[in-house]
Write a protein that binds this ligand. Structure first.
Ligand SMILES: Cc1cc2nc3c(=O)[nH]c(=O)nc-3n(C[C@H](O)[C@H](O)[C@H](O)COP(=O)(O)OP(=O)(O)OC[C@H]3O[C@@H](n4cnc5c(N)ncnc54)[C@H](O)[C@@H]3O)c2cc1C
Length: 533
């Protein structure tokens, strides 16, 4: 294999995970290449829900505004039973606006998400190399080399396998994809209906046999989704553990499904795209093997309950990209990269477990599942979801705002209400000259950020200079004055407090500003500036 190490990181796969990885890497000054076997971005709508945490990560990548402009914010799920409206379940809305800038789930077709990311990459002069399938991989320890289908070689220091559920990279590094494939088949279709149903939120119809739903899209189309009754089932073999094993559906079959299960008096006017597929729940045993990382669907797939798939991949991408960037740029020791797997694999396992449980309750034929659907889902959920704390709980669960990395080696020790590893809380602040209007805005941009609360008596310039002198990575200090009451409340400030925020918006350390705890911790995860000889 000819050595032409022309990039620091090679990303294989230009789906949402690979595109986000490449975008964050290039924004951090890393020489990155991204290849994909397809001839261009995906043409189908596929994943159609972008959750609040993902939008916050998009905000860090500078693409949230473009994504929101192309999507439709969804705040509620109307629950129907056999066509009758029985209650509403919140996805966000009232009672959640103080938690994030994006108090909703965004209905956004995957081709739009990918276009936004491809355009952002172009602005950084990174072009996706389409029609480039990786067919061979060798990791020498010092370099990773791949061969493409046309026989070209590309070598890089690190490689990210973001090549989807049927990942070739996963196979090259000898990882199995353990888990299960459900017996049940699912169906997705993007259609236009001949009547306006007035569906503004998501509409879920619970039936004895499972669930079906309608999600309105910004284009005026509707996404139909749900389980497929046995009599309509023609899904491909269960043997291929992939979302990609899907079959196109005849419009007449789709209309039959719609009439029988949605209980809505409408005709499907145009079927833009329809597919039937098996549900899977699988995870790779390692997310890092040598110089190769697995991310997104290449590392984990699960059933679509709650629309978590794409969102989990974007979370992987951001978690991995800043760490790779710091290691490539000589700002952090290589061991930081081990924390990608130790932080993200448990998150993927939790999502797998939750979506499995949700799916079994939504589709199971056991007496418990049928009873839960008939009584809990339709009545109790409808009634209690009007309460603000319950709305907040639902939102927390679906939005991925719950994700945190407490006890990770990539965060410092700490106790108290705000703990290292937690997502840095959102709070509005008075707009700054640089255009920041929330605490999280202050923490955008590469490197770490120090938030100082109750620091009036502190020589903040000296603190900033001492951090700057000690580490090679940029550490920017922001003083949050007492007038910013919402921020003080969100960070539960009761005295002088220093909060160190990582490049992915998670808290790295919480300390009393004058304590040596922060530098003790930073010494373990950052490269120190060498003292002059
Ligand atoms: C039909 C379908 C419907 C779906 N619907 C939903 C949904 O409603 N909700 C939801 O949350 N999720 C859904 N998903 C899943 C969702 O699309 C994925 O979770 C998401 O796309 C994962 O992103 P990714 O970037 O990790 O992988 P992918 O989007 O799969 O991207 C992987 C990329 O790698 C490329 N690639 C593969 N092999 C190679 C190779 N050897 N060399 C180079 N490139 C390669 C592929 O061409 C592809 O572009 C659906 C998936 C499918 C297939």
């Amino acid at each position: 294999m000819r050595d032409e190490r022309d990039c620091d990181v090679l990303v294989v796969g230009a789906g949402p995970t690979g595109l986000c990885t490449a975008l964050m890497l290039t924004q951090h000054g890393v020489r990155v290449r991204i290849v994909d076997s397809k001839s261009g971005p995906v043409e189908q709508a596929r994943a159609a829900i972008v959750h609040a945490r993902t939008l916050e990560l998009f905000d860090r990548l500078g693409v949230a505004e473009a994504a929101v402009a192309r999507g439709l914010p969804i705040t509620d799920v109307a629950i129907h039973e056999a066509g009758r409206h029985v209650g509403d379940m919140p996805l966000a809305g009232e009672g959640t606006g103080d938690r994030t800038r994006f108090p909703y789930a965004l209905a956004l077709e995957q081709f739009e998400t990918e276009r936004v990311l491809v355009e952002a990459l172009k602005e950084h002069h990174v072009e996706v190399e389409w029609n480039t399938a990786v067919v061979e991989l060798a990791d020498t320890g010092a370099l990773v080399g791949v061969t493409t289908a046309e026989g070209r070689s590309i070598t890089a220091r690190w490689l990210v396998g973001a090549d989807g559920a049927s990942s070739a990279v996963r196979g090259f590094v000898g990882q199995s994809f353990d888990g299960e494939t459900y017996d049940q088949a699912g169906m997705l279709a993007d259609v236009t209906l001949d009547v306006d149903l007035g569906v503004r939120g998501m509409r879920l119809n619970l039936t004895r046999g499972g669930f079906v739903g309608i999600l309105p899209l910004a284009s005026g189309r509707c996404r139909l989704f749900g389980v497929v009754p046995r009599e309509l089932e023609q899904a491909p073999s269960q043997k291929n553990p992939s979302h990609e094993a899907y079959a196109p559906l005849a419009p007449a079959d789709l209309q039959k499904w719609f009439d029988g299960y949605f209980k809505v008096d409408a005709r499907l006017e145009e079927v833009v795209w329809a597919s039937m597929f098996r549900f899977h729940s699988r995870i790779a045993s390692r997310f890092r093997v040598g110089n190769v990382f697995l991310a997104g669907d290449a590392a984990h797939i699960h059933n679509p309950a709650g629309g978590q798939g794409l969102n989990l991949g974007v979370g992987d991408a951001v978690n991995l990209a800043w760490k790779l960037a710091q290691v490539v740029n000589g700002e952090a020791p290589e061991r930081l990269l081990d924390t990608y797997e130790s932080e993200r694999r448990p998150i993927a396992r939790t999502v797998l477990k939750r979506t499995d449980l949700g799916f079994k309750l939504e589709t199971g034929n056991s007496a418990v599942a049928v009873w839960m659907r008939a009584h809990v889902a339709t009545r109790v959920v409808g009634a209690v979801s009007r309460l603000a704390p319950i709305r907040r709980m639902f939102f927390h669960m679906f939005s991925q705002l719950w994700i945190r990395y407490r006890n990770s080696p990539a965060v410092g020790p700490g106790t108290g209400p705000l703990r290292p590893g937690d997502r840095a809380p959102y709070a509005e602040i008075r707009p700054t000259r640089d255009g920041a209007s929330s605490v999280l805005d202050l923490t955008h941009g590469s490197g770490y950020h120090v938030l100082l609360f109750g620091a009036q008596s502190l020589d903040t310039d000296r603190l900033a200079a001492s951090l700057d002198d000690r580490y090679t990575v940029a550490i920017t200090t922001h003083v949050i004055p007492p007038e910013e009451e919402a921020a003080h409340r969100a960070y539960q400030v009761s005295g002088p407090l220093l909060v160190l925020v990582r490049p992915d918006g998670h808290v790295a350390a919480v300390a009393e500003p004058k304590s040596p705890g922060v530098t003790d911790f930073l010494d373990t995860v950052l490269t120190r500036v060498k003292a002059p000889a």
